[in-house]
Structures are given as C-alpha cells and as structure tokens.
Design a protein around this ligand. Structure first.
Ligand SMILES: CC(C)(COP(=O)(O)OP(=O)(O)OC[C@H]1O[C@@H](n2cnc3c(N)ncnc32)[C@H](O)[C@@H]1OP(=O)(O)O)[C@@H](O)C(=O)NCCC(=O)NCCS
Length: 211
C-alpha cells in the first residue's frame, strides 16, 4: 500500500480518486492543482500544492495519476511525473472488466462498468470513461479519451489524442486518425482521417482541424 497523488482536482479528478479508492490499492490519496489555495478543504482529499512542487511529496506518495482532459497536457504531465520518479500506473475500477489479454499503457484509467475485451491494446494516458467499451483487437493511441458510453466494436483503430464522444458507436474494423473528434451519439461507419470532427448517424465530417 502506498500513496497516490492526482494532478488536477476537477470533476474528472474526483471520479479518478474514487476509482483509485475503490481499487483498494492506495491507503492515501491527495491532489495537486494550481488552484490549491482555493480548493484545499473543499474535497474529501487534501489538495497539497501545485503540480510543479510534486517532487516534495515523493516518498510519501510514490504513484501519480493525471486527471487533465486536454490530451497533450495529460501526456506531458505523465512524462513529467515519471521523470521525477513517480510510478504512473493504470487504474481500473473494480466493476470494470479488463480481459487478461488486453494491454493497458502507463497512466490509463478505466472507470466503473467499462469493458475492455481480448487482445485490445491501449496506449499511454488513455481514458476509458464510465461504461465505455473497447472490443477485441482494438488499437487505441496515446492520450485518447473514450467518453461515457462510447462503444468500439472489434478491430477498431483510434489514433493518438482522439476524442470519442459520449454514447457514440463505431462499427468493426474502422480506422480513425489522430486528433479526431466524434460527436455525442454518432454512429461511425466509415474510416476517418486525422483531425476530422464527425457527427450524426451515420457520422459525417463537419470540419477538419489544421494540424
Ligand atoms: C461534436 C462536437 C465536439 C462539436 O462541437 P463544435 O465544434 O462546437 O460544433 P458546433 O456546436 O458548432 O456544431 C456544428 C454543427 O454540428 C451539429 N452538431 C454538433 N454536435 C453534434 C452531435 N453530437 N450530433 C449531431 N449534430 C451535432 C450542430 O447542431 C451544428 O449544426 P448546424 O451547423 O446545422 O447548426 C460537440 O457537439 C459534441 O458532440 N461533443 C461531445 C461532448 C461529449 O461527448 N462530452 C462528454 C464529456 S466526458
């Protein structure tokens, strides 16, 4: 048993703290957040200070988790914490199902009732939010966020830093590029290139972000 420091004390951070508590792996959980002066005392867990001061707590806390929505920032902070000597483990809620043949990268979080099936491979800093599912043989890039209730069928590929909206569905063997955004409730039935935003049933591209 050891301590877990969570970077980011917003709503996602609270869910992550409760997920870590439910996993029973940590006896001691605390936050770091730039707004620590304002936030300390408002949560069930202490907000000890700013993320830049993390190394002060190394020893008492040996693991870190990053509760930041912006994927590039999440991956940068993951690297920073690791470089300072913290372990950045995958954290899985006890009600989630993760196949023993699936692989979760460093800093992945898998929330309540989520499902990850056989031979799925998830990169670093991936968020599998409440009740999302990733079926067999999917490949999920670094920093992807699967929002609550998003469903990926088998052999789907999702490029790095993509954001798959709440309640969306993706049929089998679809390939999506990096930095793709899928709107809430969409049904993705065609491959989608890097940087595209797609919405609707079936999903249609409404814009492309320049990289
Ligand atoms: C797809 C999304 C990112 C687009 O946001 P945006 O770039 O600000 O786009 P806009 O709101 O300007 O909408 C552009 C058009 O797409 C439509 N649209 C937006 N989201 C849509 C959706 N999910 N389904 C269908 N149409 C949608 C809008 O009605 C609008 O249509 P119009 O041009 O005919 O008026 C956003 O609407 C969305 O669905 N986000 C998902 C939120 C989510 O999953 N949250 C969970 C957090 S854990």
């Amino acid at each position: 048993m050891s301590g877990l420091l969570i970077i980011g004390a917003g709503g996602h951070g609270k869910v992550l703290a409760e997920t870590a508590e439910a996993s029973g792996r940590w006896t001691c959980i605390a936050f770091l957040d730039d707004r620590h002066a304002e936030l300390n005392g408002t949560l069930r867990w202490p907000v000890l200070g700013a993320p830049a001061e993390a190394s002060r707590w190394l020893g008492e806390y040996d693991a870190a988790a990053i509760a930041v929505g912006h994927s590039a920032t999440r991956l940068r902070l993951l690297e920073l914490m690791r470089a300072q000597g913290f372990v950045v483990p995958a954290i899985v809620h006890p009600t989630a199902w993760v196949s023993s043949s699936a692989r979760l990268g460093e800093g992945c979080v898998v929330f309540a009732q989520a499902v990850i099936q056989a031979d799925a491979v998830l990169g670093r800093g991936v968020i599998v939010n409440t009740s999302a599912s990733v079926d067999h043989d999917c490949r999920i890039g670094d920093g992807v966020h699967l929002c609550p209730g998003a469903r990926l069928a088998g052999e789907v590929v999702v490029g790095a830093a993509s954001w798959i909206g709440i309640g969306s569905s993706v049929i089998q063997q679809i390939s999506m590029g990096a930095h793709v955004t899928i709107g809430a409730g969409a049904a993705v039935v065609d491959n989608i290139e890097d940087g595209c935003v797609a919405v609707g049933v079936p999903a249609r591209i409404i814009k492309k972000q320049e990289s």
